[in-house]
Design a binder for this molecule. Structure first.
Ligand SMILES: [Zn+2]
Length: 306
């Protein structure tokens, strides 16, 4: 078994994890367990390069583990930026270590590209949200929030941090408030996280889990989301919990929109989970602000306005 040290990460002995999971294939760890700022309730995110697809979940003692299967040659999950920050935990055939090391050397370009992709997604969502608002569609505020999260993702990638997870808002908060990070103030205004109270978060968390259960999220993954949101609330990080819950829902909603429209049962859950602002004037102002922020950000990722 080979253990690697990538970037500035401290060495970690994760042989126990590979042994317990027992897959006879190369494995790598990603997420906050690599970054070293995880909570006790955070999961281990493991990718198994066994040329399969799909996900597994497991509990090993107190540790929750989410497993994604993937291909070494044609990775289906995430971006190359994601792979560049993975830490190999098993690679007997020396098949993924060199690839991950090669991606790590190109991190600057890979993260800039990922930032651009997130920005393109934000830009595409905004006219769609505006059209829904004009048509009085109930889901218009959901897509405005999705666009705001895509813009925040772009900021995160721009600052060399993979977006997502319960730590994202604290990482964004720690960024210098200079261009182009200043667009985050637009994101926060559009999300409305300052509305977070314990009772609102309790309703949002339960509805988020209901929505994610309906879209097929596994039981352990749901338990992890519940535990992390509760942990943030227990630390009085109410806006962080609001951000975490909404982003988890928006990420799933973004995936699901490619499949079908939103069924009524899910729509009801989303109306609570995403705490939408139903004031039409506010919603239009949010879309306008986000469009200006996206345009402001574009040159920073090498994207010229036409
Ligand atoms: Zn974490």
């Amino acid at each position: 078994m080979l253990l690697y040290k990538l970037g500035n990460s401290a060495p970690m002995d994760l042989s126990w994890l590979a042994e317990e999971l027992g897959y006879d294939a190369p494995m790598a760890l990603c997420g906050c367990r690599c970054a070293g700022d995880s909570f006790g309730c955070c999961e281990y995110n493991v990718t198994v390069f066994d040329e399969r697809h799909g996900c597994d979940e497991a509990r090993i003692g107190d540790a929750a583990v989410l497993v994604r299967h993937d291909s070494v040659e044609r990775p289906a999950y995430g971006t190359f930026a994601h792979m560049s920050q993975m830490r190999v935990i098993r690679d007997d055939s020396w098949s993924i270590g060199p690839k991950i090391s090669a991606f790590a050397k190109k991190q600057d370009a890979l993260f800039k590209h990922a930032a651009k992709i997130s920005l393109v997604r934000a830009k595409l969502l905004l006219p769609a949200a505006r059209a829904m608002l004009d048509g009085d569609a109930q889901e218009a505020p959901f897509w405005t929030k999705c666009a705001a999260f895509k813009l925040a993702d772009a900021v995160s990638y721009y600052n060399m941090a993979e977006p997502g997870g319960a730590h994202m808002m604290s990482r964004l908060r720690a960024l210098p408030n200079s261009a182009p990070n200043g667009v985050l103030s637009v994101v926060y205004d559009c999300l409305g996280a300052e509305r977070a109270t314990p009772s609102l978060l309790d309703r949002m968390r339960k509805s988020a889990i209901g929505f994610l259960e309906m879209t097929g999220t596994g039981r352990i993954a749901l338990e992890i989301i519940d535990a992390k949101a509760r942990h943030l609330e227990s630390q009085s990080l109410l806006t962080d919990s609001y951000y975490y819950i909404c982003r988890a829902v928006c990420a799933e909603l973004y995936l699901q929109r490619c499949v079908s429209g939103i069924p009524d049962s899910q729509l009801y859950a989303l109306k609570v989970a995403l705490d939408p602002d139903n004031n039409t004037q506010h919603a239009l102002a949010s879309i306008d602000s986000l469009e200006r922020a996206v345009t402001e950000f574009m040159p920073h990722v090498g994207w010229s306005a036409q």
